[in-house]
Unconditional design. Structure first.
Ligand SMILES: *Cc1c(COP(=O)(O)O)cnc(C)c1O
Length: 310
């Protein structure tokens, strides 16, 4: 199954050493430039492609965020209908954004778990693929292509900084390091305070479920990381750090001014590490930051977060 991937190869930038408080030049992998606006198309695209190759006639996904948009973009490329199931709490704005991609929106249940269960049962009833936002080996396999690209570009890096929600991106990065013979390269896993389900799990050495998400970085808002992701902590060098929402917003603004690209606070969290945890990053010569992107951002949203946090 060597059909062409649905994601694109994204640019890799090198900053000057004085770009951040860390004092070391940073590699920035610009996955914000994927056609879906985030890295998610890597894994979601691969999963949808494989399912359609196996005969799936439509795609179901439960997500009001970047996974849903990635499924919509994938479905359009593959020529199959996509239905995104969202809970009643999903805003009209988000529903309209999904509709604008050409996907159908189905409103079901009062919380994500109910919408998700409905998407799973609909997909099982019909000849359809079900796309989970972060917990599937094919997603990790697809996300791993970002490391393949960096290695293929000949870039030498000695740590990877990534945001963590449910942990699919982290799992993909670890898989990418493994399959490129780079298992000794540590990963710095970043969450915002109020969405730090991995950090809390590492602290008590047990996978915990947060009672609620209180961060504005909603794309990091999985109340619990995938079991596989929790297990990875004992298999790979993973350092868990947190930043505040204010740190994440400041990093989004700095990145927008420097590179003229808007990213969500979920992505700002990873970018913030080079300033907020400068001491940690300065231990490395060439950190690689995954600029994961996200479409849940606009000039107006950045303005309102700036007014609220800075
Ligand atoms: C999904 C997402 C994340 C988190 O990815 P996980 O695989 O859930 O850990 C981070 N940033 C953005 C922009 C996302 O869309």
């Amino acid at each position: 199954m060597a059909s062409r991937p649905l994601h694109i190869e994204t640019p890799l930038l090198r900053t000057a050493a004085d770009y951040s408080e860390s004092g070391v030049p940073l590699w920035l992998k610009l996955d914000a430039l994927q056609p879906s606006g985030s890295f998610k198309l890597r894994g979601v695209g691969l999963l949808c492609q494989q399912e359609v190759a196996k005969g799936a006639l439509e795609i179901f996904c439960a997500s009001g965020g970047n996974a849903g948009i990635a499924a919509a973009v994938a479905g359009r490329s593959l020529g199959v209908p996509v239905t995104i199931v969202v809970p009643e709490t999903t805003s009209v704005e988000v529903r309209e954004r999904i509709l604008a991609t050409g996907a159908h929106v189905l409103v079901h249940g009062s919380v994500f778990d109910e919408a998700n269960a409905h998407a799973i049962s609909l997909a099982a009833e019909r000849k359809a693929a079900y796309v989970h936002p972060y917990d599937h080996p094919v997603l990790w396999d697809g996300h791993a292509t970002l490391i393949d690209e960096v290695v293929r570009a000949g870039a030498v890096f000695d740590c990877v900084v990534t945001s963590v929600g449910g942990g699919g991106l982290l799992a993909g990065i670890v898989e990418g390091l493994r399959r490129n013979g780079l298992s000794d390269i540590p990963v710095i896993a970043v969450e915002t305070e109020g969405a730090a389900s991995l950090n809390a799990s590492i602290t008590v050495q047990q996978r915990v479920m947060l009672p609620a998400i209180t961060s504005i970085a909603t794309s990091l808002g999985a109340r619990q990381v995938a079991q596989h992701v929790f297990d990875l902590v004992s298999q790979h060098s993973i350092e868990s750090v947190t930043v505040s929402d204010a740190d994440a917003v400041a990093a989004c603004l700095k990145f927008a001014d420097a590179h003229r690209i808007l990213v969500e606070p979920a992505c700002g969290a990873a970018l913030a590490v080079a300033d907020v945890h400068a001491g940690l990053l300065s231990r490395f010569k060439a950190p690689l930051i995954e600029v994961c992107g996200g479409i849940g951002v606009s000039l107006a949203m950045l303005d309102s977060w700036r007014a609220r946090f800075l």
